[in-house]
Ligand binder design. Structure first.
Ligand SMILES: Cc1cc2nc3c(=O)[nH]c(=O)nc-3n(C[C@H](O)[C@H](O)[C@H](O)COP(=O)(O)OP(=O)(O)OC[C@H]3O[C@@H](n4cnc5c(N)ncnc54)[C@H](O)[C@@H]3O)c2cc1C
Length: 495
């Protein structure tokens, strides 16, 4: 099938809708339901982009006479990585970087896991035929890219009691676990806390919580994929942020509410050929690092965050231009903070590519250090960027009559009193509404939380960085400085 059109994506979603629940009701058709139809259209728009004649070669590649989305491309050189990065950035621009889980993210995951499939073959439970987990992973990558699927994923256990292990909860199947093995697969029961973009074709389930090794806990060690309409599987969505307002009033929320859902597995059968990992806590704990999937996903993320920061900078300077505040030094300083963040992220992207190397599976893999820096740095700085937008926009970000107001009886007064020094009232209000939706609306508030947690708990991420980062050479340098003799010859010898 190769690269999908938007219409093909919508048709598939309509024919095989995920089992979504919103406000106590089943969403029978996500392409027409008021809370999901605009997001479905936005995803369709992303699929259509890859057919646009001027973008086709950037957003897709050809292999054996077939075209595939660029996010499935296997990089073998640094130039290949740059090509993939350009596609990530271009696709991120489509939503100004406010679509966190566009399909590219999971495509990068299945590409790396598919190429690193041998990792899953080492699982003790892996065997012949449908139980060959390495073959299952390879086939799954091929299946996803051939059908240009849209994936969601869910990694973490329900937030019931973080002081206890999954097996110590009031019910051992609150956290997702294996109930039984059958001839045709395994039955799983329990829940996962969060799957962004449940308006998807398939769900990928992997572990992220570190599992302690013992027989009791191995039931929680698993990796598999299923269609989002698999029997027994349901997605409880959060309150929608697309509330049917005109895109001029809610420029982001009305288009890019990717949704987040709680995922319930009510004795769901996972066929053997969809299982990539089972019972092996050690392999489960390292699945993302062991295949380098985490780095390819982080590379998508750094490109996405560059696009997002560019958009935030554009809005910040747009506000300054509109209301003529650029003369004030503190305003210049505030805009400079966006520039610094942008340039740091761009530099980290370049450094990740520059330090890339072929991994054990022959995949050109971006360097870990700069990507770890990016995914720890951005969550920390994002809240400041939203604060800066508020500080620059002040009351303008709240005094924003709607499109209907502009067209209503007070329209002439709104046009007069809410004009800006360098923009009409209409231009100014559209811009300020975008600033508000980026940072203050329910959509913007969720973005703030998302940026803090989407790659994991920032506290534990820092701790992981502390663990993996090789600090010894720097300590050694200090030791040798403290112990070095002061003669010029000895200093030269130390260097
Ligand atoms: C908007 C949004 C979208 C998301 N999308 C997805 C998605 O698509 N797929 C997905 O799998 N996940 C997703 N996540 C989940 C994300 O991975 C988690 O939020 C993150 O890993 C933290 O886990 P938690 O939310 O369960 O927090 P908890 O683990 O419950 O943490 C709560 C608090 O307790 C502290 N804490 C808990 N345990 C420890 C510990 N062991 N050591 C130190 N401190 C601890 C934390 O630091 C934090 O302050 C999303 C999250 C958000 C907010």
């Amino acid at each position: 099938m190769a690269i999908l059109t938007g219409q093909q994506f919508l048709d598939r979603l309509q024919q095989q809708p995920p089992t979504l629940y919103i406000d106590g009701q089943r969403v029978t058709d996500p392409t027409t339901h008021p809370a999901t139809r605009n997001m479905a259209q936005s995803l369709a728009g992303l699929y259509d982009l890859q057919h646009q004649p001027d973008l086709r070669d950037t957003l897709s590649f050809e292999e054996d006479g077939e075209r595939y989305a660029m996010s499935f491309f296997v990089p073998r050189s640094k130039d290949d990585l740059a090509r993939i990065g350009r596609a990530h950035h271009l696709r991120a621009n489509y939503s100004l970087g406010f679509l966190g889980r566009a399909p590219d993210y999971m495509n990068a995951n299945v590409m790396a896991a598919g190429l690193g499939a041998a990792y899953f073959g080492a699982c003790e439970a892996s065997g012949e035929g449908k139980r060959d987990f390495a073959a299952n992973m390879r086939n799954y990558y091929d299946f996803v890219r051939r059908n240009d699927l849209c994936l969601t994923h869910a990694l973490t256990n329900p937030q019931v009691n973080r002081a206890k292990q999954a097996s110590e909860m009031p019910d051992p199947y609150i956290a997702l676990g294996v109930v039984e093995e059958r001839e045709d697969g395994v039955v799983v029961r329990g829940a996962r806390m969060m799957a962004t973009l449940p308006i998807a074709d398939e769900i990928l389930v992997f572990p992220s919580t570190v599992l302690k090794e013992n027989a009791d806990k191995s039931r929680y060690a698993m990796g598999f994929a299923l269609p989002t309409n698999a029997p027994g599987l349901s997605f409880q969505c959060r309150e929608p942020f697309d509330i049917g307002r005109d895109p001029e009033d809610h420029p982001l929320g009305s288009r890019f509410d990717e949704q987040d859902a709680f995922v319930i597995f009510d004795d769901v059968l996972v066929p053997w050929e969809r299982i990539f990992l089972l019972y092996d806590t050690e392999l489960a704990n390292k699945a993302y690092a062991g295949t380098d999937a985490v780095l390819h996903m982080a590379y998508q993320v750094v490109n996405l965050k560059i696009a997002k920061t560019e958009a935030l900078l554009g809005v910040a300077q747009g506000i300054v231009n509109a209301i003529g505040s650029g003369q004030f030094q503190h305003v210049q300083e505030k805009v400079s903070e966006f520039i610094l963040t942008l340039e740091i992220m761009k530099a980290l992207e370049v450094a990740a590519r520059d330090g890339a190397a072929l991994n054990a599976y022959g995949v050109m893999t971006p360097a870990r250090g700069p990507l770890d820096a990016a995914r720890n740095y951005y969550p920390a700085v994002y809240a400041r960027l939203t604060e800066l937008i508020q500080l620059l926009g002040a009351s303008g970000i709240i005094m924003m009559p709607s499109k209907a107001d502009r067209e209503g009886p007070l329209g002439p007064q709104i046009a007069k009193y809410l004009q800006a020094g360098n923009a009409s009232a209409e231009e100014r209000l559209k811009l300020f509404r975008l600033a508000w939706d980026m940072t203050m609306s329910s959509f913007g508030g969720r973005q703030n939380l998302y940026e803090k947690f989407f790659f994991g708990d920032p506290v534990r991420m820092r701790s992981a960085l502390y663990d993996v980062y090789d600090k010894a050479p720097y300590v050694e340098r200090i030791h040798s400085f403290l112990n070095r003799s002061e003669t010029p010859e000895a200093v030269a010898a130390d260097d």
